[in-house]
Design a protein around this ligand. Structure first.
Ligand code: ADP
Ligand code: MG
Length: 323
């Protein structure tokens, strides 16, 4: 991209207080970092493409938040502490009116989570953002998807369903007249990665994942990898007052909660004998945590309401329908 070096210097270099473990940041052929002895490095990459994951007309500050928050959420789901991020940006042309608010928002969130931009790439083409985040976890403490056992409780952070309602507003401006439409739209773009919760669950949770495709679908990954089933009690799903007012019925809100993607909340499982330790570890963290069901050995995911099994079909994010 012409003017690439000026652009990188102007917008991406020297924007943050350097971390002490970053030996060399952007400017050379590679970044150099040093990981503490006894830690593993957790690494995750995600791409957001304009038109697929966000509209190119979307507020650039919100797009930056969504791109970085969704990546940091993967670290949270592993129980990792954020450390470094690399950023590959592809843009049709240099658009400073877009880049300035984008970068302000990107670095505000990065600073909030102590994550330093250490390098990247800048190219010309259709608008897309690829981030690789890296975090640190003490050896043996990573929260994987494979450890859930029958009898474990199933928990989620935050409210579920708001992101889907926000996406309705993004895709269909007619929804803007519904209650809390603005707030729900923000919930879709401006999620809060649950890093503190992930860190607190080290050595306590048996499995964890972040909700990017809907809790049904993402819990399904835990069940498959752990070789277990689960029962979810839909009356336990945490529904925000805003979602209830927006969709207008409790059943509709429950269905949103089950299938809403891009929530970036955590879904995790905890053995019975760790429940007390869990509530203790979470007691100083300002985050709603709700038990929504239990792991069993059925190999399947079932839904109940007041003890009665529901016949809702469980297709997840894209195709969720009722009978
Ligand atoms: P190379 O030709 O070696 O790939 P580049 O010209 O792509 O180097 O990048 C020069 C330096 O600027 C590198 O250190 C790279 O990490 C950094 N950089 C490029 N784009 C970005 C970006 N979007 N964000 C942060 N650093 C960047
Ligand atoms: Mg390059």
């Amino acid at each position: 991209m012409s003017g690439e070096f000026n652009l990188i210097e102007k917008y991406f270099v020297g924007r943050q207080t350097p971390r002490s473990d970053v030996v060399l940041a952007a400017g050379d052929d590679c970044a150099l970092v040093s990981a503490p002895v006894g830690s593993l490095i957790a690494i995750s990459t995600d791409t957001l493409v304009a038109g697929t994951h966000f509209l190119s007309s979307a507020n650039p500050a919100w797009v930056a938040h969504k791109a970085l928050a969704s990546n940091i959420s993967d670290l949270a789901a592993m129980g990792a502490t954020p450390a470094w991020v690399s950023f590959a940006l592809t843009m049709p042309e240099v658009d400073e009116a877009w880049l300035a608010p984008f970068c302000d928002s990107f670095f505000a969130l990065a600073d909030q989570y102590g994550i330093q931009l250490i390098g990247g790439d800048t190219t010309k083409g259709p608008l897309s953002l690829t981030l690789t985040v890296q975090g640190l976890i003490p050896h043996g403490k990573a929260l994987q998807r494979s450890g859930a056992k029958p009898g474990d409780g199933v928990y989620v952070t935050g409210w579920l369903g708001d992101s889907q309602a926000g996406l309705d507003v993004v895709l269909e401006p007619a929804h803007l007249t519904k209650p809390h439409a603005d707030e729900l739209q923000k919930r879709h773009y401006l999620s809060t990665p649950r890093i503190q919760v992930g860190e607190a669950l080290r050595g306590i949770a048996s499995a964890a994942i972040d909700i990017s495709d809907g809790v049904i679908s993402d819990l399904g990954h835990i069940l498959k990898r752990s070789g277990v089933g689960a029962q979810l009690q839909v009356e336990q799903l945490p529904l925000s007052p805003q979602l209830l007012a927006f969709v207008g019925s409790e059943q509709q809100a429950q269905q949103y909660a089950l299938s809403s993607g891009e929530e970036y909340e955590l879904c995790f499982t905890v053995p019975e004998n760790q429940q007390q330790a869990m509530w203790h570890a979470l007691s100083n963290i300002d985050c709603l945590v709700t038990r929504i069901g239990s792991i069993n050995d059925s190999g399947e995911l079932t839904l109940t309401q007041q003890g009665q099994q529901l016949a809702w079909q469980l297709h997840g994010y894209d195709h969720f329908k009722t009978n």
